[in-house]
Design a protein around this ligand. Sequence first.
Ligand code: URA
Length: 225
Amino acid sequence: MPEPAPAGSTGRSDRIAALEALDHQQVKPCRLCDLCRARKQTVFGEGDPEARIMFIGEGPGADEDDQGRPFVGRAGQLLDKMINAMGLQREQVYIANVVKCRPPGNRTPTPIETRTCLPYLLSQLRIIRPAVLVTMGNAATQTLLSPKKGITSVRGNWFHFRALEPDGPPIPAMPTFHPAYVLRNYSKMTRGYVWNDLQQVMKLLGMKPPTPRSTDGNADLVPED
Ligand code: URA
């Protein structure tokens, strides 16, 4: 089992150091499951170590495996639009995945792979302590929130992520569709659902209300009336 990160790292530089140590000492050399065999490199996660919002996906795809960064392919471009529609830049949030190595052929990670890798994500969460989680798709939602139903039923509803207790309070978590699913089902309705979910996150955090739909900003995400 990977070592847990120290609880309650506080300052920005402490968090950066703790995340770097986790990545370099534990994630990069990890060979705890078979996903290490086919990977080009691990994909740790990236963003603001003091982010208030953490977006969590399933696992790296081919582009992420090539570049060593999360959500840099087509799904990543849509995630960037989602973040921008909230009035934020990618660098202002933290983005990570449930598993840190690409499952061959982009298959869903197995329960064993997920269980083996989960302590790394829990360590990231313990270090960053975001105010809100956005779990994207079934894999992240099931792994972190254990709902009884699938993403189509549970998205748009608040959950609490409690795995850091008793070291920290529960973290509100909003499940939404995975951007790759949105790309495959690029309807007004699907995009509207995601936008609804993100607006709930903005409301909880007291963020400035979003600008109206515009042609150059949030138009890909915010459907026309
Ligand atoms: N899909 C994911 O779940 N994560 C990535 O990093 C890229 C695509």
